[in-house]
Ligand binder design. Structure first.
Ligand code: AMP
Length: 307
């Protein structure tokens, strides 16, 4: 079992109403890999960084069975940099800075050693980059999941539609689902998006949980009510990493098993927001994860006798 992840590795500078970070290591692929590595070995990453990306950071990721053979290091360029500022509700944020740097002309190369990856998670990147990765796979993975954002709907809708037709699961948030479908009702939005190609759709609703759809079923998982959210950055990627990591571990892509995947992703995301950046994801134990999943089960479990 192995998972191939394509996405950004970055420096982030994050501001919340309560704290402000210096430049810290982030990026979608980093969050995804850290979450997924708790379930699957190896996690094969395709990404690009500049000469400023710390070697200790790469070593730390490698020590967690995260394979970085597909991470290109561009010697004369800087890593992708993103900065964001959260509003008081901690659900919404403004992007302050996006410096693409190495991502501007990123041409991903899937190493031969990654060709046997059975599961593929395409992190939020230019859809043409996502398409190029699918084309490079000599054998189609058992399951392809894709994350994207409103920026690509505004600027590259044709390529985005093309890649959406090629994948199995789309993982997006509620505002993106509304924009993509042109429907306000989440159920109508889900039906329209499923007609665009994917067999499954996950709609993330931040602190309000996540929904899983296929054409005939729906499932809802709550987010864990937390007293304090320290930093929501990367929660969506961590969710996707936990979800796909779990599916890759179990190799079962039925709707039933995806329900557990959604709970697992939600549990991983609940850890992510407890500390700044990727910090909390680095000190997790299997026991922590098991206990957190149990909390989710307790949160939603009830017995009812219908009269
Ligand atoms: P999330 O909070 O799950 O939306 O993910 C935040 C992460 O996405 C940060 O660590 C950023 O470095 C990364 N990110 C932000 N904008 C982009 C972008 N345009 N392309 C790729 N990665 C991005």
């Amino acid at each position: 079992m192995s998972l191939l992840v394509v996405g950004s590795m970055a420096f982030d500078a994050i501001e919340t109403p309560f704290h402000k970070s210096e430049k810290i290591v982030g990026g979608a692929a980093t969050y995804i890999a850290l979450a997924a590595a708790n379930f699957v070995d190896p996690v094969n990453v395709v990404s690009v960084v500049g000469n400023d990306f710390p070697e200790e950071e790469m070593q730390d990721l490698r020590s967690r069975h995260i394979n970085l053979d597909g991470v290109e290091i561009k010697k004369d360029q800087k890593s992708f940099f993103w900065s964001g500022k959260y509003h008081l509700d901690m659900n919404t944020r403004d992007t302050l800075v996006t410096e693409l740097n190495v991502l501007a002309d990123f041409k991903p190369v899937v190493p031969d050693s990654y060709q046997s990856s059975e599961f593929l998670l395409l992190g939020n990147l230019n859809p043409s980059v996502q398409i190029s990765v699918i084309h490079q796979m000599k054998k189609r993975p058992k399951l392809i999941a894709l994350d994207t954002m409103n920026f690509w709907m505004d600027t590259a809708m044709d390529e985005l539609s093309e890649v959406i037709r090629m994948i199995d699961i789309l993982v997006i948030n509620d505002s993106e689902a509304r924009q993509l479908s042109g429907e306000y009702s989440i159920v109508k939005a889900a039906n329209k998006i499923l007609e665009m190609g994917p067999k499954f759709l996950v709609i993330k609703k931040g602190e309000h949980g996540a929904l899983l759809f296929n054409p005939s079923n729906a499932f809802f998982a709550p987010a864990l009510p937390l007293e304090d959210v320290f930093d929501p950055t990367g929660a969506g990627d961590t969710f996707a990493g936990g979800f796909m990591g779990y599916l890759a571990r179990t190799r079962d892509i039925s709707f039933e098993n995806m329900k557990t995947g959604i709970i697992t992703g939600s549990a991983m995301a609940s850890f992510c927001v407890e500390k700044f950046g990727t910090e909390r994801l680095r000190d997790l134990t299997h026991q922590d994860i098991e206990n957190r999943i149990r909390q989710f089960v307790d949160l939603v479990h009830f017995d009812i006798e219908l009269v």
